[in-house]
Write a protein that binds this ligand. Structure first.
Ligand SMILES: [Zn+2]
Length: 95
Protein backbone atom coordinates (compact mmCIF):
# COMPACT_ATOMS: atom_id res chain seq x y z
CA UNK A 1 0.00 0.00 0.00
CA UNK A 2 2.80 2.39 0.92
CA UNK A 3 4.59 1.45 -2.31
CA UNK A 4 1.46 2.28 -4.31
CA UNK A 5 1.25 5.62 -2.63
CA UNK A 6 4.79 6.55 -3.65
CA UNK A 7 4.08 5.50 -7.23
CA UNK A 8 1.07 7.78 -7.11
CA UNK A 9 3.12 10.67 -5.71
CA UNK A 10 5.63 10.21 -8.56
CA UNK A 11 2.89 11.08 -11.05
CA UNK A 12 2.15 14.40 -9.36
CA UNK A 13 3.92 17.72 -9.77
CA UNK A 14 5.71 19.26 -6.78
CA UNK A 15 2.75 21.46 -5.76
CA UNK A 16 0.45 18.41 -5.78
CA UNK A 17 2.98 16.38 -3.76
CA UNK A 18 3.13 19.19 -1.22
CA UNK A 19 -0.68 19.26 -0.98
CA UNK A 20 -0.89 15.45 -0.66
CA UNK A 21 1.65 15.55 2.17
CA UNK A 22 -0.04 18.36 4.09
CA UNK A 23 -3.56 16.92 3.77
CA UNK A 24 -2.43 13.30 4.09
CA UNK A 25 -3.31 10.41 1.79
CA UNK A 26 -6.82 9.03 1.44
CA UNK A 27 -7.05 5.81 3.40
CA UNK A 28 -8.96 2.84 2.06
CA UNK A 29 -8.26 -0.78 1.28
CA UNK A 30 -9.34 -2.95 -1.59
CA UNK A 31 -12.53 -4.79 -0.47
CA UNK A 32 -12.12 -8.57 -0.07
CA UNK A 33 -15.59 -9.52 1.13
CA UNK A 34 -19.14 -8.53 0.29
CA UNK A 35 -19.39 -6.66 3.60
CA UNK A 36 -16.20 -4.75 2.88
CA UNK A 37 -17.44 -4.02 -0.60
CA UNK A 38 -20.63 -2.47 0.80
CA UNK A 39 -18.55 -0.29 3.12
CA UNK A 40 -16.26 0.59 0.23
CA UNK A 41 -19.27 1.66 -1.82
CA UNK A 42 -20.59 3.80 1.02
CA UNK A 43 -17.19 5.42 1.43
CA UNK A 44 -17.05 6.08 -2.31
CA UNK A 45 -20.46 7.78 -2.22
CA UNK A 46 -19.34 9.87 0.74
CA UNK A 47 -16.19 10.95 -1.10
CA UNK A 48 -18.21 11.78 -4.21
CA UNK A 49 -20.41 14.00 -2.08
CA UNK A 50 -17.37 15.63 -0.48
CA UNK A 51 -15.83 16.15 -3.93
CA UNK A 52 -18.95 17.93 -5.14
CA UNK A 53 -18.74 20.25 -2.15
CA UNK A 54 -15.00 20.77 -2.73
CA UNK A 55 -15.61 21.57 -6.39
CA UNK A 56 -18.13 24.28 -5.52
CA UNK A 57 -15.74 25.71 -2.96
CA UNK A 58 -12.82 25.46 -5.39
CA UNK A 59 -14.62 27.42 -8.09
CA UNK A 60 -15.87 30.00 -5.64
CA UNK A 61 -12.43 30.50 -4.08
CA UNK A 62 -10.63 30.52 -7.44
CA UNK A 63 -12.74 33.46 -8.59
CA UNK A 64 -12.27 35.18 -5.24
CA UNK A 65 -8.45 34.86 -5.31
CA UNK A 66 -8.17 35.69 -8.99
CA UNK A 67 -10.18 38.86 -8.49
CA UNK A 68 -7.97 39.92 -5.58
CA UNK A 69 -4.68 39.20 -7.43
CA UNK A 70 -2.52 41.87 -9.09
CA UNK A 71 -1.55 39.39 -11.80
CA UNK A 72 2.03 38.74 -12.83
CA UNK A 73 1.82 37.27 -16.36
CA UNK A 74 4.43 34.87 -17.77
CA UNK A 75 4.34 32.84 -20.97
CA UNK A 76 3.08 29.33 -20.25
CA UNK A 77 5.94 27.05 -21.34
CA UNK A 78 4.07 23.84 -20.42
CA UNK A 79 1.46 24.58 -23.01
CA UNK A 80 2.07 22.62 -26.25
CA UNK A 81 -0.69 24.43 -28.14
CA UNK A 82 0.19 26.60 -31.09
CA UNK A 83 -1.67 29.52 -29.62
CA UNK A 84 0.49 30.99 -26.88
CA UNK A 85 -0.99 31.21 -23.44
CA UNK A 86 -0.08 33.27 -20.45
CA UNK A 87 -0.40 32.27 -16.83
CA UNK A 88 -0.20 34.24 -13.64
CA UNK A 89 2.67 33.29 -11.27
CA UNK A 90 0.65 34.38 -8.22
CA UNK A 91 -2.74 32.74 -8.79
CA UNK A 92 -4.27 30.09 -11.08
CA UNK A 93 -5.52 32.41 -13.80
CA UNK A 94 -4.74 31.88 -17.50
CA UNK A 95 -5.32 34.17 -20.43
ZN1 LIG B 1 -2.99 36.40 -10.61
Amino acid sequence: MEKMRFDYLDTLNSDQVHAAKSYGPLRYKIPQTNEEFKQFHQYYLLLRWELDKMEDLLNEKRVEFENKCDHDWVQDCDNRDERSRWKCTKCTKFR
